[in-house]
Each structure stands twice: as structure tokens, then as C-alpha cells.
Design a protein around this ligand. Sequence first.
Ligand code: PMP
Length: 342
Amino acid sequence: MRYAEHISELVGHTPLVRLTRVTEGLSATILAKVEYVNPGGSVKDRIALKMIEAAEASGELRPGGTIVEPTSGNTGVGLALVAQRKGYDCVFVCPDKVSEDKRDVLRAYGARVVVTPTAVPPDHPDSYYSVSDRLVQEIPGAWKPNQYANPNGPLSHYESTGPEVWADTDARVTHFVAGVGTGGTITGTGRYLKEVSAGRSEGGPVRIVGADPAGSVYSGGDGRPYLVEGVGEDFWPAAYDPQVPDEVIAVTDADSFAMTRRLAREEGLLVGGSCGMAVEAALRLAGRLEEEDAAAAADAVIVVLLPDGGRGYLSKIFSDTWMRSYGFLPDEEGVTAGDILR
Ligand code: PMP
């Protein structure tokens, strides 16, 4: 019999899927690394497992302890499912822009959720950073993973995501594209891929390309708000090493959401908004390679990481009403049965 003792043992080893429709006209091979098949539904399961195991080893997290973290949802799910197995309580602090669906998922795993306003600066006492700090000080046995600064976040990607990409492409990956939130994914995966490919004779080292919502600091913005969730920042987290990415491409909300919808309709990939953003950046990169050197572009193997699934965004990105309310879709009458039968 082949089975896992617990669902948390199945984190990682996610598949690569070639994109074939949204890539029309581009000769590069573009492979999506599909992280929604992780047990908690996102890439964040990887850092959750690593951060908890490291905190147990260092003694920061003791039996019966409580995990307190400001999280937009995905990290919370990962932490909650690992915590469940190991007998820890979880308290998560979420900004109010995070969908109700995502907060309910955290509650379903048995966590408690505290909601804070998005429209306050990070140093404000009601910000989700400040509120979580206060909870950590006042709950006995509390431990805060602090995904924004915890070196085990990037390290989990250095040890798992990077080696998986390298092995699954038979060492042929030429570019790695990922959205930047805490920066853990791009820093850890990028560092590994650069190191392992440093001496490669053909193609040179893997180029690491960040994708960022227009307005966020990583692509030169001032922290102006955007709607895509889980990526972009208004400060520079320690989990992000700006030396790792060779470039960062800024993508607007409108382009991110349009591509997110196309991935569901044309590639069968129901994924989140930061996935559309990353794929849009990967396609722009592929287009530029094509213009610069068509022969080299045909040999390019671009891996783009898709952090989570689309179920948590049904009432937003996949709702025509919501999309229209922000001007992302033209005004239109609803489709009737008559329109379809005509
Ligand atoms: N997309 C989503 C939906 C996320 O939750 C996150 C994590 N914040 C990211 C992308 C970015 O990953 P990272 O924090 O590793 O930069």
C-alpha cells in the first residue's frame, strides 16, 4: 500500500504544464509550475512546513504553542494544516481586502482570524503588522513565523522549488519568472537556479525575472494600491534579496486579471490573480526574446510559477459584476438563452 501518514507530507513536487494557447505566436517553451496542487492549495505550504520545523528545532515553538501570523490567506492555510498535525493553535491577522472566502477557509481549518483595515500605514496601531505584534506579546507560548523576514521562507524554495524546476526541465530551464510578495519564492528558487547553472556552457546561468503589480516598490513604484492579492509591497522585506532577480516586470491589475481569465478559459487552469500577473510577465519576456534573437528564443525554456488556485477569487476576478465595477470589463447586457441558441 502506498499512502501518506498525513496530508502535510505531500507538500511540493508540483508538476510543470506547458502553456499552449495563451502563448500563440511565441516560439519559446513556456512551462507553468502549478502550485495549487499542494495540499493547502498554494505555494505557501512549502514555507509553512519549513518555518515550523525550523522553529521546533530552535526551541522557538514549543509543544502547545500558538502560531500568530499576519497573512493574506495562503500562508495561513499552510501553517494551519501543519499546525493541526503537530497540535498547535493558530491565530491569523488578515487585511480587509482579502476575500471573505479566503478568511472562511482559514476558519474551516480551525484557525482564529482577526481582520484589520488595509487603508492604514504599516506603523499604524491597527495595521496588520502592529496587531499581530501585539497578539504575539500577549498570548503565552506565541510564536510568529514572520514570513517577511524569516530566512526559512526563501530557504524552503532553495531546497525544494529550485531543485524541482532544475530536475523537471532536465537542467534546460533558461528563465524563471515569479511574482514577488514577501520575495521568498523568487529569492530562494532564483538563488538555487543561478548557483546550479553558473558553470553551464550552453545558455549561461538561468535568468531570474520578477513580476510585480504596477505601483509596488519592487518595480519602482511608491506603494500605490493595486487589487491583485498576495504580491507587491509598500516596503522592502528581508525575505527578498534584490540581488537575485535580473529584472522585475510591472503588470497592471487590468492585464493581470485579463490573463487570469484566459488561463481558465484557454488552458484549463483556474488560478489566482498573481498567476495571471506572472504569466503576463512571462509572455512579455518571451515576446522580447523573439524580437532580440528569434533563434535563441526558440531554445528558451521559461518556467513561470503559479502560486495558487482560482476558487478563492470567484466573487472577484471571475465575477463579471466585480470586474465591471473597476472598469476591467466593458459594460454589457447579460447573455440570454436566446443569444446562445441564435
Ligand atoms: N501569489 C500569492 C497568491 C501569494 O499568496 C503569494 C505570497 N504572498 C505570492 C504570490 C508571492 O510569493 P512570495 O511571498 O514568495 O514572494
